[in-house]
Ligand binder design. Structure first.
Ligand SMILES: NC(=O)c1ccc[n+]([C@@H]2O[C@H](COP(=O)([O-])OP(=O)(O)OC[C@H]3O[C@@H](n4cnc5c(N)ncnc54)[C@H](OP(=O)(O)O)[C@@H]3O)[C@@H](O)[C@H]2O)c1
Length: 332
């Protein structure tokens, strides 16, 4: 007996900020699993900024099902090692059902924690924050740290890890509600709404002695302001450039302050989360401990139903989320 799966297709390449009309929800019949296969019903899908540049650069194909991180439940199995009821993590999101021979599916083993945490604090965004700050950023106890997009999935974890390491931490975000969340709930030392005025001035207020580590999620004007205020031997782990993702080629605004990298011998290095893979056990142990101790908190912004998936992606780019942006596709 086959099932009907609703899936998200890109039907038009966006120019600038995507709009709902660039996407369409398409129904497709998914057959029963053949011998050696499973049928997966997706439960949660991840919505990530990195999905935006491929909409324009051609990597996301027109009129095909979009990919993306997700967790699904196996609802029928003819596979030797994947059983009905198992949860699996994979890149076949933006659809309700699919069959698979098991390639690209990783079993999710929970230790009493909510399933969704494997999509943020215990998953890719948490790992990005942990590795970017501690490995690429070489964070040391007590340093001065600035995190942009600090109320988002990666940023909120990076900012809290820096607090756990006894740093003075300043965060930027795009609304007063997010600024309150950063200071009142996450315990940052200072936070500001970058839409309200000069980022450079806010950094002078929050970190008058300068910045040792700038965890950059945004690029553009944020990077310009931060580079100019880096201290001697400061580090800038470049995590993301969301301010540029709606531009062709993800070209960012110019950074005019690079001379300070010479004067203060600053290191700027881009990184991608997979380069930390050999440290995954250490990451998970740290995060589980910090969550259990109440030192690391998280929020989720969850939209309901596959028809909301395009709105979730557009909303993410507008800053509608606090913490991780997810779409719930079905009951656990
Ligand atoms: N290197 C890696 O391996 C890796 C892995 C995962 C993610 N990333 C990067 O990490 C960054 C954060 O990703 P995430 O998944 O945690 O997303 P997120 O921060 O949860 O969501 C994106 C946030 O970016 C902010 N934003 C949007 N446009 C902006 C602009 N023009 N200027 C400043 N802020 C803007 C919005 O918040 P506001 O309301 O604050 O504007 C929005 O909530 C992204 O750049 C992403 O590409 C990198």
């Amino acid at each position: 007996m086959s099932v009907i799966s609703r899936e998200v297709h890109l039907i038009k390449r966006p120019d600038g900020m995507p709009v709902a009309g660039d996407f369409s929800i398409v129904e497709r019949e998914v057959d029963d699993p053949a011998e050696g296969e499973v049928l997966v019903r997706n439960v949660y899908m991840s919505v990530d900024p990195a999905m935006r540049p491929p909409l324009t650069n051609g990597q996301t194909k027109l009129n095909e099902t979009m990919g993306g991180g997700a967790i699904g439940k196996i609802v029928a199995s003819r596979h030797p090692s994947l059983a009905e009821g198992d949860y699996v993590q994979h890149r076949f999101g933006f659809r309700e059902y699919f069959t698979s021979n098991g390639e690209g599916l990783a079993k999710v083993t929970t230790d009493g924690e909510p399933l969704t945490t494997h999509m943020h604090v215990l998953g890719g965004t948490g790992f990005t924050a942990w590795g970017g700050l501690l490995i690429t950023g070489q964070l040391k106890e007590g340093e001065n740290v600035f995190v942009s997009a600090a109320a988002g999935a990666v940023g909120s974890v990076a900012a809290q890890i820096a607090k756990i390491k006894n740093c003075r931490v300043v965060g930027s975000a795009g609304s007063d509600e997010k600024v309150r969340y950063l200071v009142e709930e996450l315990g940052l030392d200072y936070a500001f709404n970058y839409k309200n005025g000069s980022i450079a001035r806010e950094l002078h207020i929050g970190l008058p002695d300068g910045i040792d580590v700038y965890f950059d999620n945004v690029g553009g004007a944020h990077l310009d302001a931060a580079v100019g205020q880096m201290r001697a031997l400061g580090r800038i782990p470049i995590c993301g450039m969301i301010s540029a993702y709606n531009n062709k080629g993800a070209r960012s605004e110019g950074v005019t302050t690079l001379a300070n990298m010479i004067y203060n011998r600053v290191t700027m290095r881009g990184f991608v989360v997979y380069e930390f893979n050999d440290r995954r056990d250490e990451f998970l142990a740290d995060m589980r401990q910090w969550i259990a101790d109440g030192k690391l908190k998280y929020r989720e912004t969850i939209m309901e139903g596959i028809e909301q998936a395009p709105h979730a992606l557009i909303g993410l780019l507008h800053g509608d989320n606090i913490g991780k942006m997810l779409v719930r596709l079905s009951e656990e």
